[in-house]
Design a binder for this molecule. Structure first.
Ligand code: ZN
Length: 424
């Protein structure tokens, strides 16, 4: 299913022509505003942008730039156009605010509607929205898109897992929208109360806002009896819906008439070749409140393809996120992401999906302890095999601690995978 045939299947040269125009417009909006970001573009005018090659010469915009501008100094649109704001979850330091105008809300609805269509969701569906409706952008984003495609919306918001299951059952939900790890909690509660997903009406789960490995994806699809879709987007770029993977699961389509994506080396900032891993950099082409040029997202991915997909869409495909530059761990000279450990652990069906990587300075015992939960009803976990597999990947030994299921805290929002005690 394609929501906007004309825009989603256009030829590459048409996409690029739109992107040049969009980039000029974004630059103009910033330069004509009172945003503190405009001084970055002294000496360059919208008319100077004649091809997309110019882009790599423009300066980056960083999270730090936006934090320093808190609350509103980075907002380009005139105050009288402001409709609402959302705020980055900001687990560390000052949060980042995005202010949305009417046009921004329209744009959000459009890209979210495309995401639903790519997931095969339409007017006959009942969509259960489980991210919160508040400063976090998730709830509203899923809501706007579902309104646009004409689905029946259950705007439930976060938490209350038993109630969520009751509604799936009694109200006949066919689509679940959630933070990626939330289905794991629902599966757990379902097991506790004897809820059987095989007899439920649920068929699709649209999940995002977290890095979730292919192995976790398999568990969710199997245990919930659904097809999952990986959706991306963040507060700064205008919320959830910047892109999603389609039924062919061969990369995440990013809506290129609204965003330009680049992949750069996170250390040098230089563009990398297609296929090579690096940091995702996003330029917005149709946002008014916070137009962004070359925003460093810190998400690690790669370009999968710029060719037409089997689904008919021509928009670029990037890989599912592997991690974030700031959650890369460095131990004994080895760099790795929590998602890579997750991929190894989740091959063991004797353990629950909840685990912790604890980093500490313990003499003689190694610096890393991996805590895993033995599933209820399971006699033992093959710790030796797990330990060897982790050693093969990391090149150093880690300690594995097995605890009973339910020991690790189930957070209300995003999953906590790493506990760093090294500087404490
Ligand atoms: Zn596709």
């Amino acid at each position: 299913m394609i929501f906007n045939e004309k825009m989603e299947t256009m030829a590459r040269d048409e996409i690029e022509a739109l992107q040049i125009e969009g980039l000029r417009n974004t630059l103009r909006l910033i330069k004509e505003s009172d945003s503190v970001l405009k001084k970055k573009y002294d000496g360059i005018e919208p008319g100077d942008i004649k091809s997309l090659d110019v882009l790599s010469n423009l300066p980056f915009t960083t999270k730090e730039d936006l934090r320093k501008a808190y609350p509103f100094s980075h907002i380009a649109a005139d105050k009288k156009l402001w409709m609402r704001m959302h705020m980055s979850s900001g687990t560390t330091g000052t949060p980042i605010i995005n202010v949305m105008t009417r046009s921004d809300l329209e744009q959000w609805g459009e890209i979210m509607a495309r995401c639903y269509a790519a997931s095969g969701v339409g007017p006959k569906d009942t969509v259960q929205i489980t991210p919160s409706f508040g400063l976090f952008n998730g709830g509203f984003g899923f809501h706007y898109g579902a309104e646009r495609i004409g689905a029946f919306i259950l705007p439930i918001g976060a938490g209350r897992s038993r109630l969520q299951l009751k509604f799936i059952n009694e109200l006949g939900s066919t689509v679940l929208c959630a933070i990626a790890s939330y289905p794991l909690r629902l599966i757990e509660v379902a097991n506790e109360i004897g809820f059987d997903f095989r007899n439920s009406s649920l068929r699709v789960a649209i999940l995002g806002a977290e890095v979730w490995s292919d192995e976790i994806r398999e568990r969710i699809e199997k245990d919930m009896n659904v097809t999952t879709f990986d959706i991306i987007g963040m507060t700064e770029t205008g919320g959830v819906g910047m892109g999603i993977d389609c039924e062919y699961k061969n990369g995440i389509h990013v809506w290129e008439d609204h965003y330009i994506v680049e992949i750069v080396n996170p250390y040098t900032g230089l563009p990398v070749d297609d296929g090579e891993e690096g940091e995702l950099v996003v330029t917005t082409l149709s946002r008014e409140g916070l137009p962004l040029i070359r925003y460093r997202t810190r998400d690690i991915t790669r370009v999968v393809s710029r060719k037409r997909c089997q689904c008919g869409r021509t928009h670029i495909r990037i890989d599912r996120f592997k991690g974030r530059t700031d959650d890369m761990l460095k131990v004994k000279g080895v760099n790795f992401y929590p998602s890579q450990i997750e991929s190894i652990l989740m091959k063991y069906d004797t353990i629950s999906p909840y685990f912790n990587i604890v980093l500490e300075k313990v003499k003689g015992k190694g610096d890393v302890t991996v805590i895993v939960e033995r599933k209820n009803g399971v006699d033992s976990v093959d710790v030796e095999k797990m330990s060897n597999e982790l050693y093969d990947f990391l090149g150093f030994h880690v300690r594995i601690q097995v605890v009973p299921e339910g020991t690790i805290e189930r957070p209300a929002g995003k999953m906590v995978k790493v506990i760093d005690k090294r500087n404490k």
